[in-house]
Design a binder for this molecule. Structure first.
Ligand SMILES: NC(=O)c1ccc[n+]([C@@H]2O[C@H](COP(=O)([O-])OP(=O)(O)OC[C@H]3O[C@@H](n4cnc5c(N)ncnc54)[C@H](OP(=O)(O)O)[C@@H]3O)[C@@H](O)[C@H]2O)c1
Length: 341
């Protein structure tokens, strides 16, 4: 049994990690931090954990040595404290954007200032197991993933690899938990409730992670729109192919890429209500569902994907990465199928 600590445990990703790790057979969460709630039981903030996890928050300054630390902190915070946390734990998974990009210039371009700990950037492996499984196995440091970037990367990767993709226009719809637990003008209830608010039509920061994984040879643009949803990301991508293909060809490409992937499900049915992915179906899970419809001309492919921003888009991928880092079975603690309806 390894001992884990969650830094920034009163937030949304910290709460999701606690829920996942509590039922992980090889992990015991021994420390969880909150500056605001230090000394209080975790269920005061995460009511779903009442009488399940009888743990109290501690102040981050009181954290002691353990086997792995999960940093669930706002951007630009982990980088400032990474030396301190690395002295406390031999393995770290950082969910923020601080260690996702491998280059300092890319970081500066997308995050608007020099990186606070550039010497750490190449020590971290990007925490997307579907892309970095080998590097994550036995690794000491893994970054988290951008939730929108992960949806784009997982949905588009097989198509980009096939060499068939000419251009993709993507609409990403997101739920409110993506913004974390601190309120701002855009999260105020009268503004957020019932919203269909495109808040980033071009130049979303996650494009940096998309370019890092998919390359920049193919033009892939995405806009992000906040909708009435708490958890979840829904991606719809209009993809234009450089030659006409049949549906079976697209199936072959996606099955070839994802047949062995435990958390990617291909969803493209002819019958039933959920013939294409839907965020509600994957809420609370580590699944990314991917489906498609091909237009009659064989060149216009509409991809649809869904995942939970707090699951596969954050805490789920973090646990999957941790499993690889400790060389546990990769799916351990992540097999929850969600609830329905
Ligand atoms: N939400 C998502 O869907 C999502 C998805 C992927 C990645 N991420 C990334 O994951 C990270 C955490 O996101 P989140 O949504 O969980 O954020 P959150 O809900 O705002 O939680 C962050 C927590 O960090 C603690 N904190 C803030 N500053 C701190 C400091 N200087 N030292 C110690 N603790 C501090 C806060 O707790 P106290 O004030 O009580 O200490 C807060 O509860 C972010 O970098 C985010 O971008 C989020």
């Amino acid at each position: 049994m390894i001992q884990a600590g969650i830094i920034g445990g009163s937030g949304y990703t910290g709460g999701e990690l606690l829920r996942l790790l509590h039922f992980h057979p090889k992990v015991e969460v021994t420390q969880i931090t909150s500056r605001e709630h230090a000394g209080r039981y975790v269920h005061i903030v995460h009511p779903n954990m009442r009488d399940v996890a009888r743990l109290k928050f501690i102040h981050p300054d009181a954290v002691e040595a353990c086997d792995v630390l999960f940093l669930c902190l706002p951007h630009k915070t982990s980088a400032k404290h990474i030396d301190h946390y690395a002295n406390l734990a031999p393995k770290i998974v950082d969910l923020s954007a601080d260690f996702r990009l491998s280059s300092t210039s890319a970081y500066e371009k997308w995050y608007g200032e020099p990186h606070a700990a550039p010497e750490w950037l190449d020590k971290f492996v990007y925490g997307l197991p579907e892309q970095k499984r080998e590097q994550l196995t036995g690794a000491n440091y893994a970054s988290g993933v951008g939730c929108n970037a992960t949806t784009v990367n997982l949905a588009l990767y097989p198509l980009v690899q096939s060499g068939l993709l000419d251009r993709a226009f993507i609409e990403v719809k997101v739920g409110s938990s993506e913004g974390g637990n601190k309120s701002n003008a855009g999260s105020h209830h009268p503004i957020r409730s019932g919203a269909v608010r495109t808040y980033k039509a071009t130049g979303h920061r996650h494009k940096a992670e998309v370019e890092m994984i998919l390359g920049d040879d193919v033009a892939i643009d995405f806009a992000v729109t906040a909708i009435e949803m708490v958890r979840g990301i829904h991606l719809l991508a209009h993809c234009y192919l450089n030659e006409a293909k049949a549906e079976k060809d697209i199936w072959k490409i996606y099955r070839g890429a994802y047949r062995e992937e435990p958390f990617i499900r291909l969803v493209s049915g002819r019958i039933g209500l959920h013939r294409l992915p839907e965020p509600r179906v994957v809420a609370g899970t580590n699944f990314c569902d991917i489906g498609f419809e091909l237009d009659d001309d064989g060149r216009h492919l509409v991809l649809v994907a869904a995942l939970d921003n707090l699951g596969k888009g954050a805490a789920g991928s973090a646990v999957q990465s941790m499993n690889l880092m400790f060389e546990f079975e990769e799916t351990t603690g992540l097999q929850f199928p969600g609830i329905y309806p």
